[in-house]
Design a protein around this ligand. Sequence first.
Ligand SMILES: [Ca+2]
Ligand SMILES: [Ca+2]
Ligand SMILES: [Ca+2]
Length: 308
Amino acid sequence: MNSKLVTAFIILAMVLTSTTVFAGGTQEVKEVSSIADAAMALGVTEDELRKALGDPNQGGPDFEAAAGKLGVSADKLEKLMKQVGAGMEESVEVEPYTLTLNGIDFEVIYEVFSWEDLPEDVEYERQEIVSLTAEDGSIHYYETVYVSTGNLNWYQAAYLAQEAGGYLACPTTDEENSLLFSLVDDKKYFWAFDEEGEHYGISIGPFLGGYQPAGSVEPDGGWRWLSGEDWNYSNWAVNLDDGVIDKDPRDNTQPNDSGDGQPIMGFGELNEPVPTWGDYMEAVGTYGLTRSPGSSFGFIIEYESNPM
Ligand SMILES: [Ca+2]
Ligand SMILES: [Ca+2]
Ligand SMILES: [Ca+2]
């Protein structure tokens, strides 16, 4: 565990301690400003709370149903979630602006953070750097970042990758893709929809450096890499309907631009960790959004020279 992470944990512990009082055996959280606080006040895990609130792409949350799943009071749940929403507006709503990532301009509405300024409720672990020598003799280096709190989106992750001196990993060969997947072949890196829900437990894995510029023809037009390399290789997930790796009876061949636009991508989008890719909504994992379309538990940074 690096010192930054330890510091983040200590600060988080202090925040939780200072805002929590115990009264008559019921846990009361005085200042509820994040979904983690709300979960704590309800005595459930953050993941349980997010899952109970359901798919944010399908309209507003059904507090009665969610409360039923969690075994808590619907009134209390609704009140807490409104507090979370109210407490987050300022930090989340950003006027559209141009964010330049690896020399490419994106119009975004997301706040980005440097490593130094990451909010204390973003908990992460930077993993050991590994290298791969390509056929042409060039060596690239890869660093996986596990975000246990699941709350950084693609742009926020890409900004951190750039600040570290690299870019979100861009697998341009099967060999490179296999190496990258070996770094995250673990369920902890994949956020899954509810198995009982309408997305059949399909999971979203760590972010990679592919994106579609605004105005690309959907679902598969215009894909390119943050590295600037040509898009000659792809490994999109293919519909299997095998009831194991693909439990979704619908055709979920990727990219499918499902929902309200999916211009970014990562490993997934099947029921088990897979080396295939899915295109995702850009708000997945957005810091501060209580009802983003899912979480993202990490990303991989690629470096063209040894960052150590
Ligand atoms: Ca690469
Ligand atoms: Ca399917
Ligand atoms: Ca998709």
